[in-house]
Ligand binder design. Structure first.
Ligand code: SF4
Length: 375
């Protein structure tokens, strides 16, 4: 292996070089999360991290050499990229694709790199910046509890070293939901950790999991989440929608009847409640995941709040049959936006599918499994 990489990154880091500073998740107990189940958290030494960065530099040099040999003067263009695709390993291709997109962003893996000692993290980030001078943005995941345990001064040191953005899986602002899901943090931790990041001048992205309150906390989940977000005022609020994954504790709770999922329409109603109650903040609401039924619910607060609510209301005011048509069309990939319902050919195609699946008694099951396949 040339350098280590972990399993996931946020969708917004699709163009980033992925560098692994720690392995897996130090908490690893959230009921809804299957990403790191069965794996153990471990720290990587500074030497290992630096070695990885050095190896990336060697790969960069090799790719530039290919470019020079092909007469492109070191530029990584489509031709160089296809040559690397033809001959390179997965990691060499990853670095080439990163260079092709400008080589400007790095995402530090895995689930909570901020758990590293501040001095080590500062040194590791500084090393990345020195060795890869084209890098303009470095980001990482972190847990609120870990952030709340860092002083403002430590976070400022980390920002000065080069960390530009932190992605936090907030999921919910409701203590009842957080406890039930074994998230290991409280609303207070979210507020303290989030505020500290904002005060330190690091861009903050909070992820909310729509539907996480299930049928037990259909209103508390969005209302408390809005309250906590209002106290933090993060730069970004990113929406995700709950899908219960087989093999997770939440799957067992669902199978045992202890947890009841909301319908997609109930989740959308909760999303409306959340947005309606976001007050006094200037966050950008982002819906960049296929699992969200209404991906067009996005915009800057407060200017586009009414627009976001109007999209939701447009959906909720459709007849039951049209909402069903949209849900199936969205999950099959035939629709992306509500306006796609205006395409008669697509709508008729989806309607035919709805009728067939209803006749076979497979409609709900098909929509659920299509959703599950989008994770
Ligand atoms: S903290 Fe994040 S990565 Fe870790 S178990 Fe919870 S959701 Fe999964």
């Amino acid at each position: 292996m040339l350098f280590e990489q972990g399993p996931i990154r946020p969708p917004s880091e699709a163009e980033s070089l992925l560098l692994r500073f720690t392995r897996n998740c130090p908490w690893n107990r959230c009921d809804f999360c299957g990403t790191y189940k069965g794996t153990a958290f471990s720290r990587r030494s500074l030497e290992e991290i630096k070695q990885d960065v050095d190896n990336v530099c060697r790969i960069v040099d090799r790719i530039r050499e290919i470019s020079w040999q092909a007469g492109y003067g070191g530029e990584v263009n489509r031709q160089v990229l296809s040559e690397v695709y033809r001959t390179g390993s997965h990691q060499v291709i990853h670095v080439a694709a990163w260079l092709y997109r400008g080589g400007k962003t790095v995402f530090i893996q895995d689930a909570n790199s901020l758990i590293m000692k501040t001095a080590d993290l500062v040194e590791a980030i500084g090393y990345v910046k020195r060795k890869l001078p084209s890098v303009e943005r470095i980001t990482s995941y972190a847990r609120s509890k870990t952030l709340a345990g860092k002083s403002r001064q430590e976070l400022e040191e980390i920002r000065h070293a080069g960390l530009s953005r932190i992605h936090v899986g907030m999921e919910s602002g409701s203590d009842a939901v957080l406890k039930y899901m074994n998230k290991g943090v409280t609303a207070r931790d979210h507020i303290e950790g989030g505020r500290r990041v904002v005060e330190a001048g690091i861009s903050l992205c909070e992820y909310v999991l729509l539907g996480l309150g299930g049928r037990n906390w259909p209103e508390e989940h969005p209302l408390e989440t809005a309250r906590v977000l209002n106290e933090i005022n993060p730069d970004f609020i990113r929406m995700r929608t709950l899908t219960v994954i087989e093999g997770t504790p939440l799957y067992d709770k669902l199978a045992g009847g202890e947890f009841a999922e909301q319908t997609e329409d109930e989740i959308v109603a909760g999303e409306r409640l959340l947005i309606e109650n976001l007050e006094g903040i200037g966050s950008e609401v982002v819906s960049d995941h296929m699992l969200n039924l209404l991906e067009e619910v996005c915009g800057r607060l407060p200017e586009q709040k009414e627009y976001m609510i109007s999209v939701i209301d447009r959906y909720l005011s459709l007849s039951e049959q049209v909402r069903l048509n949209f849900r199936l069309g969205k999950r099959t990939g035939l629709y992306r936006r509500l306006a796609d319902l205006n395409d008669p050919a697509r709508r008729a195609r989806v309607e035919a599918m709805v009728r067939r699946l209803e006749a076979e008694g497979r409609l709900d099951g098909t929509i659920s499994s299509l959703r599950a396949s989008m994770i």
